[in-house]
Design a binder for this molecule. Structure first.
Ligand SMILES: [Zn+2]
Length: 266
């Protein structure tokens, strides 16, 4: 079988505790879980299309955009990576309506274990996809607020006590030890009482969620595959974790190649 078209970040959801992946390719959605254990070939035909305007671009900016769109879209602005720098109140949001729809909506502050305990934030409606995209094996929502800015303020407060980064090599090798997220939550919430009060955050009383990944064999060393250097990538698909395909020959970060025109043979 063969499918061709522009690819983008895999769609993810949970089914009975197992992460499910669908690769958007052209106008199709390919269920990737079904291909684990199979030999696949991905070929890049050297064309990239902007995910927003569809125009061809020589290089991909902000994960799949042409340069003008990367400068124009609110979703490509720095404040999306650093929510505490939300500048909507200054009247400088790149797309005020997008800002209202996306940043003035419920946001959740969570703890997750992807390569050790970390803190993160997400729009509430992106749960649990956000956690799957990061390769978390456990996740626990701890606080909810009504704007992205407040979630950024709480994350900044929590970052004094807990990591906010994933060591992606460790995550992909599955070198992850279990941690007691509930105990860490209780400790952390007692440290940031002032910020909880000033943001009006609601504390959440959830159990930690467990996420399993469709992986038959984790790699012992990590080498990154890249369509710009290797236009044809082939081998047995050993598994999928976060937004990575784990192949015999290395790991491929699908998200990084959003907008690339690919032919997949399986
Ligand atoms: Zn564009």
């Amino acid at each position: 079988m063969q499918l061709s078209g522009n690819i983008s970040k895999m769609h993810t959801h949970l089914n009975r505790g197992v992460a499910q992946y669908q690769l958007p390719i052209g106008d199709k959605l390919l269920s990737m879980n079904d291909l684990v254990g199979e030999e696949i070939t991905l070929s890049f035909d050297q064309t990239i299309h902007c995910q927003n305007c569809g125009k061809q671009t020589n290089k991909s900016y902000s994960q799949g955009h042409c340069y003008p769109c990367s400068q124009k879209l609110a979703s490509c602005d720095l404040c999306i990576m650093k929510p505490e720098t939300c500048h909507y109140h200054l009247g400088t949001c790149r797309e005020p309506q997008w800002g209202l729809d996306n940043c003035f909506s419920p946001h959740v502050i969570y703890l997750a274990n992807s390569s050790g305990a970390k803190v993160g934030i997400t729009r509430k409606r992106n749960i649990p996809s956000r956690w799957i995209d990061q390769g978390a094996i456990n996740a626990l929502p701890i606080l909810e607020v009504d704007t992205r800015l407040k979630s950024g303020e709480l994350e900044m407060a929590l970052k004094q006590f807990v990591n906010d980064k994933t060591n992606w090599r460790q995550m992909l090798k599955n070198e992850v030890t279990s941690v007691d997220l509930l105990a860490i939550r209780d400790q952390l919430l007692s440290e940031i009482g002032n910020t909880i009060e000033s943001t009006g955050a609601q504390t959440l009383d959830n159990e930690a969620l467990e996420i399993n990944y469709p992986v038959v064999e984790y790699p012992s060393k990590i080498s990154s595959l890249n369509f710009d250097k290797t236009p044809t990538i082939t081998g047995v698909l050993k598994g999928i974790k976060a937004q990575y395909l784990i192949l015999e020959s290395g790991v491929l970060n699908i998200r990084k190649f959003s907008g690339y025109n690919i032919t997949i043979t399986y």
